[in-house]
Design a protein around this ligand. Structure first.
Ligand code: GCB
Ligand code: CA
Length: 880
């Protein structure tokens, strides 16, 4: 083993006791915090403090429950801090990776500083406030809505708390700049890069009282020195190092995310004592966007394909460990993605490090979402955040775009043609220009982007499309309205009217509840299959045009927005992954299109408990299409050892008509290369003749007014769509599907149904039915009926949500409904109405047993007294 002279000196120094060898100490202080939600002062009261660890948010329970709204207010954190004797001469900082959204820090009762904004790091020099030994730090955190702090709104929850790591940093009095927006104090750029050679520029600042020198060493991935350079800082402490002619740099790219290290060491000019050291990543790559031909990386055309991501996970809000952040980047990588839109705000440093390491290009953005406030305070905070973001993330080779603003014209704030609106547009335009100029001043190299929503003419009129270097369009044609085909029309329009402006589809996506399925999906039904159609049709157009530089799926994973309703209340279901990271089929659509490594996956791998009506004429067999996703040429599919078919893969998939029987159906797909995938589906075939003897009756779960299948993977219950009664079988008699209004394409009521997690099932219903019949064989049955009143005048809704006031009965609905329910002729429920069980948008279910004999089957009768009877769901289970 050989040691360089410097290494020898370091080893030597560390062996001598009492030599001041003062590397920077950085230690996380995440454990044993005390927390109190609320602003009140009585902190001696028993039970005032709750023990918590960081990352922490106070909104976890808030967003798990069925009630709308979440706490936006003050929370206090407190912790004891021990400062060792040896730190007497050090400069001590508290460093927060992020706290949401205003954090005021106190040390031993004295104010250290305040930081505004949820999503960026900040640090305070607390040296002068500390005592040796025991100290108390307190942090007042406030996530109240503040018109001067972005985001003002948006489709996500602004969870409150200290939700990212906190560090204590002790540095020598002589150190690299620690007061530059919580950045590393050193800024690395690559003024020139080619396959043959590259140059590196390192800028920074030191804060020193001694005469010092700075050594900059660039190491390759293996730790070999590539370049060393020594410099003295200027009088004001600033320094610039130019490293030229790095021969044949190993280029960074998604396929080869090769990272160099830049190590800056601050030494005493006389005696070699090391005062400080900072390490930063370095990647050599060059890139550009061409409005006609798309994106180029290291000289080659390169389609940007990826997803956006919120810092959000089931049951955790925003308080995620680094491991969970990193896993998401890995999910994207495994899908074959090469791009992460870090939106709608800067995220944990672990995300950015993972992008560098795994080769994921990024756009990072500040949360200027939905609208702006026309105030000095807001402008100041927007600019400040952009500066913080750029300085904190400057050295990540993964970053190629600085973004600011998302869908800023989506709120219809002022009336048409008023001077207020003209003024708002002018102010918005001005602010965008300021943001753009700031990006240019801070970083000449990177591109900039604003993400617009689909109102082309409006953004054009306000002049926003002209400002950033890249136009991002968030496009949902065929989801929120319109047809899939409108997407192509839209991008062609952009290209025609802005032929010089590079274009990225900054969002595309469709909601799907992973529990909902349909083989004849329709818009708004929230089935996975509809979302699949959406993604497949968009992918075709994205591939077709080179001028579409990239496309970014909204969203990698489902995420929380407290104010959302629909199939899964409080959740935006557009994720390719669920909130707890189970992949939907849409994930595999992209994987088949993008992944380089051979891949095969049977669709519906998260749908393992299925039920379906038997094929016509059969009692024991049901046929379903099975989609196999692959990037290989050919797939074979087997079910329980029987060959179902052989097919060529087209557009990333092959679809087989597969016959299922009761019990386990083990599907196996094998590609021409020999890669395989297996899934075991527990299938329940519902006989056409319920009294048949080959497939005897066990259970039936029906969602009325519904054409979707619904699976509860926890109870393993599978719900089937309604059907009209036929003798020998089951179904409704009379009635029609609930619709909000006659013309509406909406599926069901799309409301948060209180008191259930089966919102989708309750959101649809059969209205005005006479009966529900099932010609089941004799036996004792359990029968469960599910109802929810879906007609809800707005007044009424507010009152239901307002649990404090008990004035519901004073506010009558604008209609009446009153009906009885009979079971085989006996009245079982009497006068069902909103006076008793049918509270609006609230789940009501009741069950009973019924003895069926003499071959009479089951008839549930509906006898209206006022208005029409309704039924949302029914379950039958044979006891014996
Ligand atoms: C958008 C927004 C995003 C929403 C998304 C949606 O355009 O930028 O914040 O979550 O649409 O799902 O509606
Ligand atoms: Ca972290």
């Amino acid at each position: 083993m050989t040691y360089s002279i410097r290494n020898l000196i370091i080893v030597f120094l560390s062996l001598i006791p009492f030599v001041s060898f003062s590397q920077r100490i950085k230690q996380s202080i995440n454990t044993s915090w005390q927390f109190h939600r609320g602003a009140e002062k009585d902190d001696n009261k028993k039970g005032y403090w709750e023990q918590v660890n960081i990352p922490h948010t106070w909104n976890v329970e808030d967003v798990m429950d069925d009630e709308p709204g979440y706490y936006r207010g003050i929370g206090w954190y407190q912790k004891e801090l021990y400062i060792p004797e040896g730190w007497k001469d050090k400069n001590i900082y508290l460093y927060f990776e992020g706290a949401s959204q205003v954090a005021e820090v106190f040390v031993n009762g004295k104010r250290a500083g305040v930081h505004r904004g949820s999503y960026l790091a900040f640090s305070f020099n607390i040296t002068s406030l500390l005592n040796e030994g025991k100290n108390t730090i307190r942090v007042k955190v406030d996530n109240s809505h503040d018109p001067d702090i972005p985001p003002l709104g948006g489709d996500f929850s602004v969870y409150g708390g200290i939700y990212r790591d906190v560090y204590l940093i002790a540095a020598d009095k002589n150190h690299f700049d620690m007061d530059n927006y919580a950045s590393s104090g050193v800024f690395i750029s690559t003024p020139s890069v080619s396959e043959e050679s590259a140059s590196v520029q390192i800028r920074g600042k030191v804060s020193v009282s001694k005469k010092v020198k700075i050594t900059t060493t660039i190491y390759d991935k293996e730790g070999k020195e590539v370049a060393v350079s020594e410099t003295d800082p200027d009088k004001d402490g600033s320094f610039t190092v130019q490293v030229k002619h790095i021969k044949k740099p190993n280029l960074w790219s998604p396929e080869n995310p090769y990272l160099y290290k830049v190590v800056n060491v601050l030494r005493d000019a006389k005696n070699e004592i090391v005062y400080d050291e900072v390490v930063n990543p370095l990647g050599f790559r060059w890139y550009h966007f061409d409005a006609e031909k798309g994106f180029y990386l290291n000289g080659k055309p390169y389609k940007i394909m990826g997803a956006s991501r919120h810092q959000d996970f089931k049951g955790m809000g925003s308080a995620l460990s680094d491991a969970l952040h990193i896993n998401d980047v890995q999910w994207l990588k495994d899908m074959g993605g090469n791009f992460l839109r870090v939106s709608h705000y800067p995220q944990d440093p672990a995300v950015m490090e993972a992008c560098d390491r795994l080769g994921i290009l990024t756009a990072v953005e500040t949360p200027g979402n939905n609208q702006i406030t026309e105030s000095e305070g807001y402008t100041h905070n927007m600019l400040d955040m952009q500066r913080e973001m750029i300085r904190q993330n400057y050295n990540h080779p993964s970053v190629i775009i600085w973004s600011y603003m998302n869908e800023v014209l989506i709120q219809p704030l002022y009336k048409d043609k008023t001077p207020e609106r003209e003024k708002y547009w002018k102010n918005l335009h001005e602010l965008a220009l300021k943001m753009e100029n700031l990006c240019q001043d801070e970083d000449k190299e990177r591109y900039t982007m604003i993400a617009f929503h689909g109102d082309f003419d409006l953004y054009k009129k306000v002049g926003l499309i002209d400002i950033p270097k890249i136009a991002g369009w968030n496009l949902y044609q065929g989801w929120y309205g319109g047809k899939f085909g409108d997407f192509e029309t839209f991008v062609l329009k952009h290209h025609k009217e802005f032929p010089l402006k590079p274009l990225i589809i900054s969002e595309l996506g469709a909601d799907s509840d992973y529990r909902l399925h349909s083989f004849s999906p329709v818009i708004f039904d929230k089935t996975q299959e509809y979302a699949n159609l959406y993604h497949e049709s968009y992918l075709k157009i994205i591939k077709k045009y080179a001028f579409i530089a990239g496309a970014i799926v909204w969203n990698l994973a489902e995420f929380g927005n407290e104010s959302r309703q629909e199939a899964v209340p409080h959740i935006n279901n557009k994720g390719l992954l669920t909130t707890d990271r189970k992949p939907k089929d849409s994930y595999f659509i992209y994987k088949a299109a993008l992944a380089q490594q051979p891949f095969v996956k049977i669709g519906g791998s998260d749908w393992l408990y299925r039920a379906q009506q038997a094929d016509p004429g059969s009692n024991t067999e049901a046929t379903q299409p099975v989609t196999v996703y692959s990037n290989q040429k050919e797939v074979k599919l087997w079910n329980n050892g029987q060959l179902i078919g052989i097919q060529n893969v087209k557009d990333g998939k092959a679809v087989f008509a597969c016959s299922f029987k009761n019990g386990l159906n083990t599907l196996k797909a094998v590609t021409d290369r020999g890669d395989e995938d297996l899934i075991a589906i527990d299938f329940h075939v519902i006989a056409n003749q319920l009294k048949n003897t080959e497939n005897t009756f066990t259970t039936l779960n029906v969602s009325l007014g519904d054409q979707r299948m619904f699976e509860d993977e926890v109870t393993k219950e599978s719900w089937v769509p309604e059907q009209e009664y036929k003798p020998g079988s089951w179904g409704y008699v009379g009635g029609k599907v609930y619709r909000e209004d006659e013309k509406s394409e909406k599926y069901g009521s799309r409301r948060n149904i209180l008191g259930t997690t089966y919102d989708a099932m309750y959101e649809t219903q059969c209205v005005g039915l006479k009966s529900f019949k099932a010609d089941v064989p004799d036996g004792l049955y359990e029968i469960t009926l599910h109802f929810a009143e879906l007609l809800t005048p707005t007044e009424q809704e507010k009152l239901v949500y307002n649990l404090e006031s008990n004035t519901r009965s004073e506010n009558k609905l604008g209609y009446t409904r009153k009906f009885d329910v009979s079971l085989n002729g006996f009245i079982f429920l009497e006068n069902l109405s909103d006076d008793n069980h049918l509270a609006p948008i609230t789940a009501y279910s009741t069950k009973t047993t019924i003895l069926v004999n003499r071959g009479q089957g089951i008839t549930v009768g509906f006898i209206p007294h006022e208005g029409e009877a309704i039924l949302n769901g029914i379950q039958l289970r044979k006891i014996f």
